[in-house]
Design a protein around this ligand. Structure first.
Ligand SMILES: NC(=O)C1=CN([C@@H]2O[C@H](COP(=O)(O)OP(=O)(O)OC[C@H]3O[C@@H](n4cnc5c(N)ncnc54)[C@H](OP(=O)(O)O)[C@@H]3O)[C@@H](O)[C@H]2O)C=CC1
Ligand SMILES: CC(=O)N[C@@H](CCC(=O)OP(=O)(O)O)C(=O)O
Length: 314
């Protein structure tokens, strides 16, 4: 039995990446629309309702419209946009979030794919909150740099178009109201929003997410080994998320934005100085991989009861 899949927004940056990962998979059958029909509501309604699973790769408003076009109770939805990430009735599509979450996803009809920044942040912070190493009310900061494809077609044009004047490194989200903060707060289990300081770099893809921690000031003064043990045990069974050994992280001269390349891997590093009691937790991923398309395909596999990493670039 094949699962019918429709990617709404399939001609956009994320949609194309997802289609590449689904190509050639016999257990799936892709419903496609021609480029000129991509905004045709009637054609989209037919495709949305014919699919067993739809993946929405649309701006937020268009994603809400797409959900409203579904008038049957069979079609299941994975929404890559921000529209439903903290909405009632939706399950957050980060299978690694906590023990048991994968099973909740498998039973869900509406799944919200995480933002790329929250993917790195939650991978680093959620296990530490669960383990009680970061108190829920701790003032957490998260910073980093993203490739410009994170901003979709519009930002790609800003960096590659005829009139482009790309900056090498551009901090943004300066008013501290970034749309990813609500999902970071809710799913980390923190009681206060983290201070989020993102930047965009002059690279097409790739992402570094960093959480600095003043361990010496934290209750129980956790050691680097405590933090590392919690992360390593959280992802011990994962073939997507890796945690570098402490000595390997210490030996690195830096973590490049391009570290995982165009893959769906998520690589975690923990560096620190025991003398100062300070640590830097770093996640490296592809904003279009585990930050978007890879996560959507992983969730599709879970919903369809297929091997979780089928089609992923690992
Ligand atoms: N890029 C990334 O790294 C990530 C993106 N996301 C999210 O995924 C979603 C898609 O992003 P991305 O692929 O980057 O965006 P793009 O701008 O590259 O693609 C969006 C696609 O949606 C189409 N579209 C826009 N409005 C409508 C509409 N009303 N009806 C039908 N189709 C429409 C666009 O058509 P047209 O060609 O005419 O513009 C385009 O093909 C967004 O919500 C984004 O925030 C999530 C995580 C990471
Ligand atoms: C570089 C850049 O601009 N990145 C995007 C995030 C991309 C992403 O995760 O997508 P969602 O919009 O679906 O959350 C931003 O910060 O808004």
């Amino acid at each position: 039995m094949t699962t019918n899949v429709f990617i709404d927004g399939g001609h956009g940056t994320t949609g194309i990446e997802i289609a590449e990962r689904l190509a050639g998979r016999q257990e799936l059958s892709l419903i496609t629309l021609d480029l000129e029909d991509r905004r045709n509501a009637a054609a989209r309604r037919d495709a949305l309702n014919a699919a067993d699973i739809v993946i929405l790769c649309l701006p937020d408003d268009a994603a809400r419209e797409a959900v409203a076009l579904i008038d049957n109770d069979h079609t299941r939805v994975i929404d890559a946009s921000t529209a439903h990430r903290v909405a009632d009735g939706w399950t957050y599509g980060f299978p690694e979030l906590e023990p048991g979450h994968r099973n909740r996803l498998a039973a869900s009809r509406r799944v919200a794919n995480p933002g790329c920044w929250p993917t790195g942040f939650l991978a680093l912070v959620r296990p530490l909150v669960l383990a009680g190493l970061i108190p829920a009310d701790w003032p957490v900061t998260v910073s980093g740099a993203s490739g410009y494809s994170g901003g979709g077609k519009a930002m790609i044009a800003d960096y590659e178009g005829a009139a482009a004047q790309p900056s090498a490194f551009r901090p943004y989200g300066l008013s501290l109201g970034h749309k990813h903060v609500p999902e970071m707060t809710r799913y980390s289990g923190l009681t206060h929003p983290p201070l989020f300081a993102p930047a965009v770099a002059n690279a097409y893809r790739g992402m570094i997410v960093e959480v600095p921690l003043q361990l010496r000031a934290m209750p129980g003064t956790p050691s680097l080994a405590d933090i590392h043990d919690a992360l390593a045990s959280a992802y011990a069974q994962s073939s997507i998320v890796t945690v570098a050994a402490l000595e390997d992280s210490a030996a690195m001269s830096g973590v490049p934005l391009e570290y995982v390349g165009a893959t769906d891997r998520l690589a975690l590093f923990l560096c620190g100085n025991p003398d100062t009691g300070q640590a830097r937790l770093v996640a490296a991923l592809d904003n279009l991989g585990k930050g978007a398309a890879g996560a959507a395909v992983q969730n599709l596999n879970i919903l369809a009861g297929l091997p979780e990493t089928a089609g992923l670039r690992l």
